[in-house]
Design a protein around this ligand. Sequence first.
Ligand code: NOJ
Length: 530
Amino acid sequence: MQDTRPVERAARDPWWRDAVVYQVYLRSFADGNGDGVGDFPGLRSRLPYLAGLGVDAVWVTPHYVSGGADGGYDVVDFTSVDPDYGTVEDVRGLVEDAHGLGLRVLLDIVPNHTSDRHEWFRRALADPDSPEAARYHFRPASEEPPNNWQSMFGGPAWSRTPDGRWYLHLFTPQQPDLNWTNPAVVEDFDRTLRFWFDLGVDGFRVDVAYGLFKDPEYRDNPGIYSPTLFGHGPEQAMTTNQPGVHDVWRRWRAICDSYADPKMLVGEVSLADLAEVGRYARPDELHHAFQFRLLKSDWDAASFADTITEALAAFDAVGAPAPWVLGNHDKARQVTRYGSLRRARAAALLMLALPGSAYLYAGEELGLPEADVPDQARRDPIFFRSGGKRAGRDGCRIPMPWEGGEENAGFSGATPWLPQPAGWAGYAVDRQESDPGSTLALYRQAILLRDLYPALGSGRASVTRTGDVVRVDLVAQSGEPGAVTCWINMGATPAGVPAHRLLLSSSPDVTGPVAGVLRLKADTAVWVTW
Ligand code: NOJ
């Protein structure tokens, strides 16, 4: 960081418009009770680290009692805490500590399905005429499944009950889909929201927010899924993005807005059409709607530039901020996906410059690569349901390295639930903290500069591309001085770019500018001011 002229930032209200949100994979973040599994006490003890990183909020992946079939996304009881992770009191304590440090806490809510061990589903299985059976999608016994709908994890989306009925599950058979046309389902989730909001939780990440409703006539999808996880084109036309879902988000938004300090919602909207994604973030619906096109882009300047331009337009059209994400618990780590740490660092600078909110996935600030997980240690149902053809998502869910000299890199005194690969300690937080050139230092500097320069994160952007070089010009909305430009060279050869003053670079080999020109080697991004 060569220059940090502070500029008074305009009042940031509401907080979520340009927030940096840090996603914690609870099971892998920090183990407080020494059983090899991350938990709330562990997370609580590491909150000062997150405050020091400069993020605004923490999103915690599902913490409920679950059937353990899909990393906690098969919930048995929506107002519980899995004893592996602690107690409801631990959540209260986490929220109090977080607020004391100026951090918000978002939990993860899973409205599309429950666990097959949820008491509703147990009763529904026991009695086809029970009110609980009407909370799911059951179809009468028949030889063939009711239609061609496919599970996103592979295989048909229908399984049979012991008495021959079919039930719908868009994910594993242990995750039966709820029927959201049933008012009892709707009302029960209202209660769940209020339960956690009343405890002090600041909001939710909403799982499968583009799901919930299905074609009322159960018509075939026009095609079947591509093998890519979360492909999301017309092949899911009957199973996602049904019009009724928007009424649920209006209802939830009203609940959020009924609190003196309004709560916020960020929904997973894995649709290919960005204009459709934008509709979920209309002013009376979700605060943020994740679009995953950038996450799915290869290292390609045209793809990055086009995606950013289209996403900004889609969210601008509804007056919503764009939420950006390069990594999460469903996707291979950036370092491995892009092919190098150098590229992952450059992409991070690009993302953190863009207007809107940025979502970081725990460990990306350490430059963690995707880990090789031995088959016998794998947990992800995608691996098992594809008969081992798809590796699944365990490689991005490895326990965090904290102290390089400690057992299991400081994550736990006991064997971690997923094995850390050899060399993991080399990425540890304590090693990076003492290294000004570390990836952790880069993220800290970038987030600090977002706070100092209103053009970063909350500015207006214009995106241009020349060959493999993308330029994003950012000006503050309120007209404050401090325009910033982010340049990223995604090509194989060096590029000269005009610049007045270098603010931050993803790579130490950028120096200058000399005579108003900066030389960017391949796979490098910079922030410059004018
Ligand atoms: C999306 C979540 O991110 C993923 O991890 C989960 O498997 C599915 N939804 C099903 O809940």
